[in-house]
Write a new protein. Structure first.
Length: 255
């Protein structure tokens, strides 16, 4: 069901859930699949997880621990996640707050109920945590993140059929400044980036930045209305033709 317009007011609910709910965690991967919510990994203090949970939102509001063949990824937080068809692609993340980020490419086949460790070809993004990923067609795009030495504005594209990585460069525009903890949402042939943080300076970003994948061009659209404040570590999703942003943290406090 497509909702062309969001409700005039959102209402937060705390629904009762049953089943094997995950322990409290931060910076896990979370995607919607059909009418279910899929979560993977995360961190609680210094304890990293590779737990996989599926919440049926259609009727039962029940958490399940789906059984998957293959070897799952190691415990991690802050990995980039994007769903392409019936496959969930995960990249990078951190398994130790003081160590370097990971550079692994993993895939969860939701039809075949199996994990796969993929060997990407081409120019890999390298070690990254807290990057943002989104898919358009058979391409998964990965932007920004933390390299362990600082933040980056590197931009890469993965062909999910050939598992070939390619850098994405625009000859007609400048990319956004380096950042981590931002969101990137696919809208038709465009990628919409919002927020993020520069780890070195502590600056938190605001404003929408759009990349047109057909013209390979970055732009900053003019927006009106109740413009959201700067934030990082937030959530973003599409509601019909509307982009919804929520939660996160600014330079001083959570929002």
């Amino acid at each position: 069901m497509v909702h062309p317009h969001p409700p005039k007011a959102f209402k937060w609910l705390a629904p009762r859930v049953s089943g094997n709910a995950p322990e409290k965690f931060a910076h896990g991967a979370c995607v919607t699949f059909e009418q279910s919510l899929l979560t993977f990994g995360g961190v609680d203090g210094n304890v990293y997880s590779n737990d996989l949970r599926l919440l049926n939102t259609r009727s039962q509001m029940k958490f399940d621990t789906p059984k998957m063949a293959g070897k799952p990824p190691s415990p991690r937080a802050g990995c980039a996640a994007a769903l392409s068809g019936y496959r969930l692609f995960l990249y990078g993340g951190e398994s130790d707050a003081t160590g370097p980020p990971l550079d692994e490419l993993c895939c969860l086949d939701l039809e075949g109920a199996s994990w796969q460790q993929l060997i990407g070809r081409g120019m890999s993004p390298g070690r990254l945590s807290f990057a943002a990923a989104a898919s358009i067609g058979n391409k998964v795009y990965l932007f920004g993140g933390c390299t362990g030495e600082g933040v980056t504005n590197s931009f890469h594209c993965l062909d999910v059929v050939s598992t070939m990585w390619d850098p994405v460069e625009s000859l007609t525009s400048q990319p956004p400044s380096p950042r981590m903890g931002h969101t990137m949402v696919a809208v038709c042939s465009q990628l919409v980036v919002y927020g993020g943080k520069d780890k070195a300076t502590g600056k938190v970003f605001s404003g929408l930045i759009v990349f047109n994948t057909e013209g390979e061009h970055w732009s900053t659209p003019q927006v009106r209305g109740d413009i959201p404040r700067e934030r990082w570590g937030h959530s973003g999703f599409m509601w019909g033709r509307q982009l919804v942003l929520g939660l996160g943290s600014d330079e001083g406090h959570e929002t």
